[in-house]
Design a protein around this ligand. Structure first.
Ligand code: PEP
Ligand code: MN
Length: 361
């Protein structure tokens, strides 16, 4: 059953110094809603040459800052603070255990490789560590499920999925497109696995993080993993998307946890409407892309002195769309009417574009 408050993991993308870690960890210790501090120790960089994390030294800093962090926590009436970091290699697991980290996560790039996940989970066998599994960068829910299943196969039971968005052809203004239907499918197939949303890596910038966080809660996610830095603008990694501790406090204050068993029907209806809103946005984005292509076609037709309306092409297109519609279980007449409207608009857009090109020349 869902908790009545979201589970919040927050902390810096990377541990950059003892001072940076203490500053952010002590600030987060004052926020009772934060249950665990995330702190990247080994950073998977897409290209070589960037800051790759301080590794074991950073783990030492974590161990050293715990006393002061827990003192703040006690002052505020809270429990001991927990810390987690990403592990990507078996030797990372060894070091994490040596320095007493409370949990780990498997990063997106690792989840993408079943060989790496297998090696990692072998190293985690018998440790009992809680493991958070991020989705792979590609929107293949089976890779995500596979990594969770491999964790289970070595006896790990405290497992959480983390949705960090997907790197797809159209990222729709995000660093990683949320494609909410993928975590929704994970929830359907693995309802027992809690899911956190990582709006920081979805957004890639600060502004959309609060809205994404609320959307995740609206969709029934169990919590959030958010990047927080004492001075985001000078962060060594992901500077554009980290929040300050004060910004996180404001964000948390504005969150509404949508839940409660007493209104299951309403809750389900609201979640479905949220899905409809997301899907409709995608439909509109696709339409916008389609008309952008129409404008490019107009230019080529004008250069080749071709008519805007090409009856043979239109006939073939309509037949093919209706066939696809039938295969997808859609009403063929509805789809015909839909494409007639789209086609009419496409003709109008092409004509306008030709007019514009005439004037420009
Ligand atoms: C991270 O959380 O620091 C990270 C590298 O994220 P991801 O694996 O989602 O890219
Ligand atoms: Mn990051």
């Amino acid at each position: 059953m869902r908790e009545s408050v979201p589970y919040i993991v927050a902390g810096p993308c990377s541990v950059e110094s003892r001072g940076q870690l203490s500053a952010v960890a002590e600030a987060l210790a004052r926020l009772p809603q934060v249950s665990m501090i995330r702190c990247g120790v080994w950073k998977p960089r897409t290209r070589p040459g960037g800051f790759e994390g301080y590794g074991e030294t950073a783990l030492q800093w974590v161990a050293e800052c715990r006393g002061a962090v827990d003192a703040v926590r006690r002052e505020c009436g809270g429990d001991r603070m927990r810390f987690c970091c990403e592990v990507a290699l078996p030797e990372h697991v060894e070091l994490v255990l040596r320095y007493g980290m409370d949990a780990v996560w498997i990063g997106a790039r690792t989840t993408a490789s079943p060989f790496m996940v297998q090696e990692l989970t072998e190293a985690l066998r018998g440790t009992g560590l809680p493991v958070m599994v991020k989705n792979a960068p590609s929107p293949d829910v089976r890779l995500w499920m596979g990594a969770i299943e491999r964790c289970r196969q070595v006896g790990l039971t405290d497992l959480t999925a983390v949705h960090r968005g997907f790197d797809v052809f159209r990222n729709d203004g995000y660093r990683n497109n949320p494609l909410w239907e993928v975590p929704i499918e994970l929830r359907r197939t693995m309802p027992e696995v809690p899911i956190l949303c990582d709006p920081s890596h979805i957004a890639g910038r600060r502004k959309p993080i609060a809205t994404l966080s609320q959307t995740a809660l609206n969709l029934g996610f169990d919590g959030l993993m958010i990047e927080v830095h004492p001075q985001p603008s000078v962060a060594l990694t992901d500077a554009g998307q980290q929040l300050s501790p004060d910004e996180l406090a404001v964000l948390i204050g504005g969150l509404v946890m949508r839940s409660t068993d007493s209104v299951v029907a309403d809750e389900e209806l609201r979640m479905l409407r949220e899905q409809i809103d997301c899907l409709d946005t995608e439909v509109l984005q696709l339409l916008a892309s389609r008309f952008a292509v129409s404008r490019q076609i107009a230019r080529i037709k004008m250069e080749g002195n071709l008519a805007v309306f090409q009856p043979k092409r239109w006939d073939a297109l309509l037949r093919q769309r209706m066939e696809t519609a039938q295969q997808l279980g859609l009403d063929a007449e509805f789809v015909k009417g839909f494409f007639e409207k789209i086609h009419a608009e496409s003709v109008r857009v092409q004509e306008m574009e030709m007019e514009k090109l005439k004037i420009d020349n």
